[in-house]
Design a protein around this ligand. Structure first.
Ligand SMILES: CC(C)(COP(=O)(O)OP(=O)(O)OC[C@H]1O[C@@H](n2cnc3c(N)ncnc32)[C@H](O)[C@@H]1OP(=O)(O)O)[C@@H](O)C(=O)NCCC(=O)NCCS
Length: 305
């Protein structure tokens, strides 16, 4: 059932605990305090205005004290995304993350979402236990990569031109997507989220000007090249999100590198943790990366509502 955001976000009370949407202005000081304590050097603090500017920041309170936080995003087409789960260090293992997430999933269902996904670093035992207890299951294993092919790579002479609506292939024909179990690291509506690759998702990316074709065969050389991830921005360096969708991931990586090298760019993305796919890219300069919060290996989890 779909309902308005306001009614879906009806607060929930359980004894001393309250679960409610956070107000970016009124709750800001509490949010900042919690983030600063929950994760060392949390990237969210570097982009707090932007992060709080989008809806879906949800909190768990013990009386007046904010002890847990997370973000539920509507990625449209029935898909939701859960992120930024943080519990105050001295209040862990009391069930706060479980209860807040259970409420978020109720909200998601009321908003009409059919599935909610999140990614968890392999090392994060607590988060894995949390998601398992709520019915999430792993649907793809991925590894985080950052880098750019060196300038010494001979030019292929091809260009990464924008894809046109009418030439978009059926996502099921794309080798790169078969390797990720049909999931796409998208740029639309938000960068760095995974969605099911549907014809409509490819169309959205093409319309946003993020879908590039390399060479003649669109099924071979298709890549999603999005805006840089804001939290990865370092002095003198920008990053762009790259998802090789076609079969020739190496060619895509090298051609796109050629195109963006002048901008001082690196490319960032999550690749399938698939042995035949990774080594050529690694030797071409796409290095195993570490996300600001996660390690190199992550899994994509989902729960159907
Ligand atoms: C991950 C985190 C949110 C869990 O919060 P929490 O309030 O302590 O979790 P809960 O008490 O609700 O526990 C939920 C489940 O995880 C298990 N769990 C929690 N911490 C655990 C740990 N350190 N080791 C093993 N299991 C753990 C609990 O046993 C519980 O399992 P159950 O469903 O079988 O009862 C918290 O540890 C945290 O803020 N970590 C830092 C930020 C972070 O890593 N965020 C996640 C990014 S994906």
């Amino acid at each position: 059932m779909t309902s308005t955001l306001a009614s879906a976000l009806e607060p929930k009370h359980e004894g001393r605990a309250t679960f409610r949407a956070l107000d970016p202005e009124r709750d800001r000081a509490e949010i900042e305090r919690l983030l600063a304590r929950a994760v060392p050097h949390d990237y969210l603090l570097q982009m707090l205005d932007r992060w709080l500017g989008s809806p879906g920041t949800l909190g768990g309170f013990d009386g007046q004290e904010l002890v847990a936080i997370e973000k539920l995003e509507d990625l449209e087409q029935g898909e939701g995304w859960l992120g930024a789960i943080r519990v105050a260090p001295e209040r862990r293992r009391e069930g706060w993350a479980h209860r807040l997430t259970a409420w978020s999933l109720e909200v998601a269902k009321r908003m009409g979402m059919q599935v909610v996904r999140l990614i968890i670093e392999d090392e994060n035992t607590a988060s894995r236990a949390l998601s398992k207890g709520l019915g999430f299951r792993s649907v793809a294993a991925l590894s985080h990569s950052v880098g750019i092919a060196p300038a010494t790579v001979p030019s292929s002479g091809k260009v990464a031109r924008l894809a046109r609506d009418e030439e978009l292939p059926d996502p099921r024909e794309l080798e790169g997507l078969r390797r990720t179990n049909g999931f796409l690291l998208t740029t639309v509506p938000h960068p760095m989220r995974f969605v099911r690759a549907t014809p409509l998702r490819l169309k959205d990316a093409a319309r946003a000007g993020h879908l590039r074709v390399i060479g003649d065969d669109v099924r071979e050389g298709l890549a999603l090249l999005g805006p840089r991830a804001p939290w990865r921005f370092r002095e003198g360096q920008t990053l762009r999100l790259l998802t090789p969708l076609g079969a020739s991931a190496l060619e895509i990586f090298e051609t796109v590198s050629e195109g963006v090298r002048e901008e001082g760019c690196e490319l960032e993305g999550f690749l399938p943790d698939d042995p035949p796919f990774l080594p050529p890219l690694r030797s071409a300069g796409w290095k195993s990366g570490e996300h600001a919060t996660w390690g190199e290996h992550v899994q994509l989890y989902e729960v159907a509502l």
